[in-house]
Design a binder for this molecule. Structure first.
Ligand SMILES: [Fe+2]
Ligand SMILES: [Fe+2]
Length: 234
């Protein structure tokens, strides 16, 4: 495979390019003998043949998300939370790691649902809404960062309010709230944690598919496959 491989932006990222100008320019290069990207992109680290969840931390997720999730998990563990909550913290931003930003809690929950306890996926889904609502009982305040991101007059979308209210009344509220507590303090640049630190927790609580995560046949496998081969044309 020596010919040039072409990569086009994902539709969601190219949505402002309504007339496909960018895509058409790239496709025009096919005339020069280039081909569309398929399979392993040589610009990315090679994944093991049967990737585990921690291999995605090692070889795919963006560094900022990796450091953030590992720090969250370590802080939850230090605070004495049970392993289910530690796992939820470890995985809470997997969608931001390498798939998509918008509604990352909802996407992340679906990505992990086939492989974790229902409570863990539920907590990951709801952490996104809970981030917007203070809980003085556990010293959780509305994040200053959110004031910077959207300004002081930001109106929280209705679906976020709805899902927050449902979560508030749910028996698993504490697990989702715990994620938000360790979310806040887990953005330090100078703390580097080896994913290895969570090998045991993952081994006990994440149902690693034998074929490799993404190469299995679960309802979420395609999402992981997309991260293994994120630049495939189709
Ligand atoms: Fe998040
Ligand atoms: Fe986070």
């Amino acid at each position: 495979m020596s010919e040039k491989r072409l990569v086009v932006p994902q539709p969601i990222d190219a949505i402002l390019d309504r007339e496909h100008d960018m895509e058409n320019q790239i496709l025009a290069e096919l005339a020069t003998g280039a081909r569309m990207m398929a399979g392993d992109n040589p610009a990315l680290p090679k994944m093991p043949a049967r990737p585990t969840i921690l291999d995605f931390f090692r070889f795919r997720f963006r560094t900022i998300a990796v450091n953030h999730m590992l720090q969250s998990a370590r802080n939850a563990s230090k605070a004495g939370h049970d392993e289910k909550v530690v796992l939820a913290c470890l995985l809470h931003d997997v969608a931001l790691g390498g798939l998509i930003r918008g509604d990352h809690g909802y996407w992340g929950a679906q990505m992990i649902a086939p492989y974790v306890d229902e409570e863990v996926a539920w907590a990951v889904k709801h952490h996104q809404a809970l981030r917007f609502f203070a809980d003085p009982a556990v010293n959780y305040e509305y994040p200053q960062a959110y004031v910077r991101f959207w300004g002081p007059d930001y109106v929280i979308p209705d679906y976020i309010k709805r899902d927050y209210e449902a979560a508030r009344a749910h028996r698993w509220y504490g697990s989702a709230r715990a994620i938000t507590l360790y979310d806040l303090y887990s953005f330090e640049d100078d703390v580097h944690i080896d994913p290895e630190e969570f090998e045991d927790v993952v081994g006990r609580h994440f149902k690693q598919p034998e074929e490799g995560l993404g190469l299995d046949n679960s309802p979420a496998a395609h999402m992981w496959r997309t991260i293994i081969w994120p630049t495939n044309f189709l």
